[in-house]
Design a protein around this ligand. Sequence first.
Ligand SMILES: [Zn+2]
Length: 74
Amino acid sequence: MADNRVVEGRMVTPKKLAERIEGDSIMDAEGIEDANFDCPDCGENVLAVGYMPSVTSFYTGYKCQECPWSDIEE
Ligand SMILES: [Zn+2]
């Protein structure tokens, strides 16, 4: 399981990455993985992180490593 990864030139932990995608603080995050698609905006690598915004929900967040593109799968 990969831990910290570089996103837009800065090292982030899974929790930091998930909070950035969510735009708010979150409860917990799993490890960062590579998503199986490239960024629709710039074509660079996209990272995926599973996280819990609250006790009862689990989302998968996607974030491009090179540009501001992100998405959330609920
Ligand atoms: Zn991108």
